[in-house]
Write a protein that binds this ligand. Structure first.
Ligand code: IMP
Length: 184
């Protein structure tokens, strides 16, 4: 399957397939099963981080079989660049009342980890019963923030990726596979 997926061009750069839709779906099902077992008898609220996590969140939620709620938060992102600014700002806060709730923060990717650290700190202020973290991807070598990740889909190399919700200058979110920047 992997070998039959052609490379793509986005904003003048070439990306090769890295994780196929099948691989992603298999891992998302496993994460859903883990979360379902861990939250048996509880009713977690998934807080998805816009924009990148919308696709992962939608699939993860369908893979969870305990009753659960959803809400969204939006942070400032890379803008149009491939390099993090290191400054995290909240562009949209959660609407739900998180007090005494079991919150699971759902990110597309943890790079430096600064966004996730900001999210954990911000959400803790709402006095939830618990806060857990889930991310589809983690660039382990790039993570500098001291933040605990409860659920990680894939540990990946420190290269820029697109697809399955992740963008490069707003393009590529609709791709079903995840692609990685080819080093020139
Ligand atoms: P962090 O704060 O450095 O961990 O960055 C997290 C955010 O940066 C993610 O939620 C993404 O929006 C964005 N990001 C980090 N790496 C990539 C990537 O390889 N492709 C697309 N977006 C990325």
């Amino acid at each position: 399957m992997r070998d039959s997926v052609p490379a793509i061009r986005l904003n003048g750069e070439t990306f090769g397939v890295y994780l196929t839709a099948d691989q992603i779906q298999r891992r998302v099902s496993e994460l859903g099963a883990e979360i379902s077992a861990a939250y048996e008898g509880r009713r977690p609220i998934l807080v998805g981080v816009l924009n990148g996590a919308f696709m992962f969140l939608a699939d993860l939620m369908r893979a969870i079989d305990v009753p659960c709620e959803v809400d969204f938060i939006k942070l400032s992102s890379y803008g149009d660049s491939k390099i993090t600014s290191g400054v995290v700002r909240e562009l949209k806060s959660v609407d739900a009342n998180l007090r005494d709730k079991d919150v699971i923060i759902v990110e597309d990717i943890v790079d430096t980890g600064l966004s996730m650290q900001y999210l954990v700190d911000t959400i803790a202020q709402y006095e939830p019963a618990s806060v857990a973290t889930a991310t589809l991807l983690q660039k382990e070598d790039a993570t500098v923030a001291d933040v605990y990740l409860d659920y990680v889909g894939f540990a990946i190399s420190n290269l820029f990726v697109v697809g399955y919700g992740l963008d490069y200058s707003q393009l590529g979110r609709n791709l079903e596979h995840i692609y990685i920047l080819q080093e020139s």
